[in-house]
Write a protein that binds this ligand. Structure first.
Ligand code: AMP
Length: 488
């Protein structure tokens, strides 16, 4: 019961109105520690109710410890704009019967307008790191009254390259209580961040089986190629029972293509990716929340903050690039105790990725086939103990099949020809006195340079050519770098 946390009456009223009956496990464990004033690091899966786990004790503190002359007292840092908006909404709902104010500071909104937000001194600021650092550059003392700092989805912030910004912000906050939430504590750099910003934290692990969302059924269907995946997708969308679905792909370009494909097939759909303006994204999210869109095609970062309880189907048209991305994707469904179904379409290039994800999360996706759309690809013939495909290299013994007489003669002839070719070459490149010829020397020079790093762009002249006249490499048009969906 929420009563056991001795929360303010206005907060209990809001909790009742939101229909929260019992605290979730993460709330059960984290709220008392935060109320004690301890630093905490929490490993909790998405959809576990972690936002209320830090918002409730923060709101309680704002209400019970008065500080009329203080600036902003609590700061929540999150990796993406969507997540920030989502949190701001949650905070507003929980604070609806109080006078506690919160402000939202993210990229994609007007800087001047945000300066005005700071001037109003809201008790709580919810921000993405990049934009907040920009503000701190102009006004150094903005964060000096912070009493509680929250790093939400810290793994993702590191993923997105925000480490330096987060450390800068933490330093600007001075002495405070720090709460760190992350889907995983294995992320590169997370231990360093914990050491830098937390003070003797309590370690709370809510779900050590990271991938095992008990409320989400996880399946995989084998596919031959993208065209086959499209057919599987339309079949699933017209045959599965669901209220709203989210379809994940790995690139912005693919999300647009698939969205148009679905529209063409009369599926009521929308698309969400990092190239859209903030207004476009907000509009789509709102339509999704209001149930005006049935199927949303999205890339990872864009859909991160999406909390729509009606989503009960997630389809991975592309396998996510990591186990953590997989957890976040499937966590769009099965929220707050609801059940959900997550289906991954796996082609032969993705088998090993699927195996790695299963191994990392200690899960096994249930295998499923759709009779009329059975893939020719049947999975690897043999799998290794880690679930990955065993190499297709033939065993040595297999190669040693006895040759018949004709084949033996042919092989001997071929060997002879190759031998004579080699010796001819040798004579033609060597000079008479045994010294290597010019041709041989130049080949040697060329070989010596193989594998050496090419010169940097700064070594080129203003036409983009190196001193030796060679042109630098160009980024491939479809390179992953251009397709990156990183936000903020
Ligand atoms: P979160 O993990 O914070 O993104 O929360 C996921 C969803 O669970 C949100 O829609 C919350 O409103 C909801 N939620 C949070 N706490 C509770 C609770 N104690 N009971 C029911 N739903 C909750």
């Amino acid at each position: 019961m929420f009563q056991e946390f001795k929360l303010n009456k206005q907060l209990i009223k809001a909790i009742d109105k939101l229909g929260f009956k019992e605290p979730t496990p993460v709330q059960q464990q984290a709220i008392p520690e935060v109320q004690e004033g301890r630093d905490i690091m929490v490993c909790a899966e998405t959809g576990s109710g972690k936002s209320a786990a830090f918002l409730l004790p923060i709101l309680e503190r704002m209400l019970s410890v008065k500080a009329p002359n203080s600036g902003t007292r609590a700061l929540v840092l999150v990796p993406t704009r969507e997540l920030a908006r989502q949190l701001a909404k949650q905070c507003e709902k929980l604070a609806q019967f109080t006078k506690v104010e919160s402000g939202l500071i993210t990229g994609g909104a007007e800087f001047k307008y945000q300066t005005a937000i700071f001037r109003k001194n809201p008790e709580i600021i919810i921000a993405t790191p990049g934009r907040l650092v920009d503000h701190l550059g102009k006004q150094k003392n903005l964060m000096e009254d912070i009493e509680v700092l929250v790093l939400d989805e810290a793994d993702r912030m590191l993923d997105m390259g925000f480490e330096e910004d987060v450390l800068k912000i933490a330093e600007a906050c001075g002495e405070r209580q720090t709460l760190l939430f992350s889907a995983t504590m294995n992320q590169k750099g997370i231990r360093h961040m914990i050491k830098q910003v937390l003070n003797d934290p309590i370690d709370i692990v809510v779900d050590s089986f990271r991938g095992a969302h008990s409320t989400i059924q996880q399946q995989r269907i084998l596919a031959d190629d993208d065209k086959h995946k499209e057919r599987l997708l339309t079949w699933l969308l017209s045959n599965e029972e669901y209220r709203q679905a989210i379809v994940f792909v790995n690139t912005k370009a693919k999300s647009e293509t698939l969205y148009h494909y679905l529209e063409y097939h009369n599926v009521n759909s929308g698309v969400l990716h990092g190239d859209m303006t903030q207004d476009e994204r907000n509009h789509i999210m709102q339509r999704m929340r209001q149930g005006q869109i049935t199927v949303l095609v999205a890339t990872d970062v864009a859909a991160r903050g999406l909390d729509v309880q009606e989503i009960d189907l997630v389809i991975n048209v592309d396998m996510p690039r990591s186990g953590d991305d997989y957890v976040h994707r499937i966590g769009r469904t099965g929220r707050a105790g609801n059940t959900g179904l997550a289906i991954s379409l796996v082609d032969n290039t993705e088998w090993n990725l699927k195996a790695a994800i299963e191994r990392y999360l200690q899960i096994e996706m249930e295998s499923r086939t759709i009779g009329s759309l059975k893939a020719k690809y049947k999975g690897p013939k043999k799998v290794k103990s880690n679930g990955k495909a065993a190499g297709s290299k033939k065993k040595k013994d297999d190669k040693k099949k006895p040759l018949n007489k004709k084949a033996k003669e042919k092989l001997a002839k071929k060997k002879e020809e190759e031998k004579s070719k080699r010796s001819n070459k040798k004579y033609s490149t060597e000079s008479v006195d045994g010294e290597p010829s010019e041709k041989e020397k130049s080949r040697h020079r060329f070989k010596k340079n193989i594998g050496k790093r090419r010169k940097s762009k700064s070594d080129t002249d203003d036409k983009g050519f190196y001193g030796d006249g060679s042109a630098p490499f160009k980024l491939r048009k479809n390179s992953n770098l251009q397709e990156s969906d990183d936000d903020e």
